[in-house]
Design a binder for this molecule. Structure first.
Ligand code: PMT
Length: 421
């Protein structure tokens, strides 16, 4: 991982109370090894799990806990500390810490810094899976995400309490990677893994579908879904930045076309299929659109009228063509990346789709209220025949670069395999 963007970064590492606090010692070591200047601020609860002395030994600086500490304030007071930081990273971020941040509390040093610090804030939540699923926690996360707070994780897995589910803090290496990608993207650079290869898609034609389709019922009504197009547009932007010629075939969305991208607007799945078929040559196809699987067989010519309290007509649905399957049957065949939007059995259903639709890589995302669709950020599990890669919560722009980077990596692996066989 190229962590050069962390060199000389001034980072406040906030540690709140939770068993995952011990992992933050390793995170601190990774950050300092990458050349970052780190100051640790702990909540009182965090000191129940790990001693401030451990963080002090690793950071080489005294650790701050109390807001009203005359001695510490005479060195760098909390406002000076807030101004000093280039970024604030809280790992682990407990449910209580997230709640206090969401509600603008300033009842200890760490939450005061969150308010006083103008630098970007990253949080790596960690809590019991039932707590993570609680609507109050979800709402607090939504409030924070809407304010621009970046979430890293949490992960799904076995928890210290024995439960299995989402809520484990991301591993320190994953946090480091997400932070690096995010800072690189802010600096106008793509993810560190791309290293100097910033025009890595030069000369390639990338075709991307985005947004949802609308299937008419009558002249005023249609069947649609919640896709905003953000993921597909982020991919188009990233591919263009990497030097590709990009054709973006989009359902009805209210997004600006990324610069350097050729956009084709469509409404229905049939129109989207036709627009894709009209592209003669492509090197990479990405199906990020939420295409309606079915359309109304015979849309009414005039607005349907309700009859005695109900619609007087049953809608007959017919299957739409599967665009991505058609693309993966092309000869010559492009590299094919698809998405799977699932509400349950994410890995199982995504893997089934990858095989059934003959995709080279599938990006699986859990969708539901406030998740996946129409959100600025997301988390993705990338699955291909040779491996998997988990992309923790990050904004869709960063995810787009990471997806393209994975594509480049798989292609390189395939090239090596074909040389050596
Ligand atoms: O647009 P956003 O608000 O940013 O939200 C992003 C997203 C949630 C829409 C995106 O991340 C996503 O998951 N897109 C795919 C949604 C979907 O329709 O998944 P699916 O499981 O139904 O389809 C699987 C794959 O087949 C997809 O690549 C889809 O584009 C493709 N497909 C589906 C049906 C069809 N008739 N033709 C297709 O090509």
């Amino acid at each position: 991982m190229n962590t050069s963007c962390l060199q000389n970064q001034r980072i406040i590492l906030g540690v709140s109370g939770g068993i995952a606090a011990y992992k933050s010692l390793h995170l601190l070591r990774l950050l300092t090894r990458a050349g970052a200047d780190v100051r640790v601020v702990m909540t009182q609860a965090a000191t129940e799990f790990v001693t401030p002395l451990s963080f002090q030994a690793l950071s080489g600086h005294s650790v701050r806990v109390a807001l009203f500490d005359a001695e510490a304030e005479s060195g760098m007071d909390h406002i000076a500390l807030a101004r000093w930081a280039d970024c604030l990273l809280i790992a682990p971020a407990s449910a209580d810490l997230l709640a206090r941040c969401a509600h603008g509390r300033a009842d200890d040093l760490l939450t005061t810094l969150v308010l006083a610090c103008a630098a970007p804030l990253w949080v790596a939540p960690a809590m019991n899976q039932q707590m993570w699923r609680h609507p109050a926690v979800k709402e607090n996360c939504r409030i924070l995400a809407a304010r621009g707070v970046r979430f890293i994780g949490p992960q799904v897995g076995e928890q210290a309490c024995g439960d299995i589910g989402a809520g484990r803090m991301s591993e320190p290496e994953q946090i480091l990677q997400a932070l690096t990608q995010s800072i690189s993207a802010q600096d106008g650079q793509p993810s560190g893994q791309l290293e100097s290869d910033t025009r890595g898609l030069d000369g390639r034609h990338v075709v991307i579908t985005a947004g949802g389709t609308q299937e008419p019922i009558d002249p005023v009504r249609y069947i649609a879904n919640r896709s905003s197009g953000k993921m597909g547009f982020a991919l188009a932007h990233a591919a263009a930045r990497l030097g590709a010629t990009v054709t973006l075939i989009s359902g009805p969305v209210s997004l600006q076309t990324p610069s350097g991208v050729q956009r084709v607007d469509v409404t229905t799945a049939l129109e989207m299929a036709e627009a894709v078929a009209a592209v003669e040559k492509m090197d990479l196809f990405i199906g990020a659109a939420a295409v309606a699987d079915f359309r109304v067989a015979r849309p009414a010519e005039h607005k349907l009228k309700k009859q005695s309290g109900k619609m007087g007509q049953t809608l007959e649905l017919v299957e739409n063509p599967d665009i991505i399957t058609t693309v993966s049957r092309r000869d010559p065949r492009p590299f094919v990346i698809g998405f799977a939007a699932e509400t349950e059995k994410l890995v199982e259903y995504a893997e089934q789709k990858r095989v059934a639709k003959n995709m080279d890589l599938i990006c699986a995302n859990q969708v539901g209220p406030g998740q996946g669709f129409d959100q600025p950020d997301n988390e993705l599990l990338l699955i291909w025949s040779g491996g998997r890669r988990w992309l923790p919560r990050a904004d869709k722009q960063q995810l787009a670069f990471a997806v393209l980077e994975t594509y480049q990596r798989i292609q390189k692996e395939q090239e090596h395999a074909s040389y050596s066989s």
